[in-house]
Write a protein that binds this ligand. Structure first.
Ligand code: SAM
Length: 288
């Protein structure tokens, strides 16, 4: 079979199966050998790896992963692509395609037998952010590493530090749950069809140990979300509005932890959010 990384081959395969691409599923396929190679290299895929790919499309990246990995499982939501994948992956016995919405998948169940997997994906743009939240907050122990192509702005939000415009809830959650870096940037020209936005590949290695115990994490996420809900509000006003604790008490607690709550929440570092969570926990009902 001809190389899948050719726009002409992609167009012919889709026409042969009567498939019109759907924007709602972010169907922009990679057509650049160099970028495919760099993704596999960034994930350091080797023969003892079980790789989980999200959205195999017509199988372009899947083929490259299957050449290096022991095993590849790929979740695809678009059933029309299954006959295409059966054809393009026919000579890769180590690949299993599962018709599965990645947003609804139970990754704990998936990894129960295999242990942590490497997640490698050219993510559908419109669901990249909710998927990353889910993985980082709920399922990080399922992954030994995540290597994901995302919209450039999402990549910048993932790794942003306080004081940057891109700094937000996603940045804090990502830093809390993983060590993340932008591996490289990717222009629109390497996709078929071309998207309107530039992309970047992000590498995230989930932390084995996190700063907070599992039962404190729910509150941590609420504190972070409250702090960013109204970016122009002080942390004092944001926390008062979110948790109903009176301001004098909040100021006292802030003083105990050397945290100036008259600052905007968006200026707080991860370490400060962790301290704030520990401080607030005893003063909130269990339901918080
Ligand atoms: N991996 C291929 C490549 O790099 O050429 C295709 C990537 S394309 C950006 C995104 C893929 O994700 C498409 O195949 C799309 O159908 C699939 N997809 C979209 N939403 C999905 C979801 N919720 N669950 C699983 N797959 C999804």
């Amino acid at each position: 079979m001809s190389k899948l990384s050719s726009p002409a081959v992609v167009a012919a395969l889709l026409a042969e199966h009567g498939i019109r691409l759907k924007q709602k599923w972010g169907q922009n396929f990679l057509v650049d050998e160099n970028i495919l190679r760099k993704i596999v290299q960034t994930a350091e895929v080797c023969s003892h790896d079980h790789v989980l790919e999200i959205g195999p499309g017509i199988g372009t990246l899947t083929q490259k992963l299957a050449e290096k990995a022991g095993r590849v499982t790929a979740f695809e939501v678009d059933s029309r692509l299954l006959p295409v994948l059966a054809k393009t992956l026919a000579s890769y016995p180590n690949v299993e395609i599962v018709l599965q919405d990645a947003l609804a998948a139970d990754y704990d169940r998936f990894c129960a037998t295999s242990g942590p997997v490497k997640l490698v994906a050219n993510l559908p743009y419109n669901i990249a952010t909710p998927l990353l939240y889910r993985w980082l907050k709920k399922y990080r122990s399922c992954f030994s590493r995540l290597v994901c192509m995302v919209q450039k702005e999402v990549a910048e939000r993932l790794v942003a530090l306080p004081g940057r415009k891109a700094y937000g809830v996603l940045s804090v959650v990502c830093r809390y749950a993983s060590q993340a870096e932008i591996a490289f940037f990717v222009p629109q020209t390497v996709f078929f069809p071309r998207p309107e936005v530039a992309s970047a590949v992000v590498k995230m290695v989930p932390r084995g140990e996190t700063a907070l115990a599992a039962d404190e994490e729910l509150l941590f996420y609420k504190v972070v979300e409250a702090a960013f809900a109204k970016r122009r509000k002080t942390a004092l006003n944001a926390l008062h509005a979110a948790f109903g604790i009176n301001k004098e008490k909040l100021l006292f607690l802030g003083g105990v932890a050397c945290l100036d709550l008259s600052r905007r929440g968006e200026t707080f570092t991860l370490e400060e959010f962790v301290r704030l969570t520990r401080l607030l926990a005893p003063h909130l009902p269990d339901s918080c």
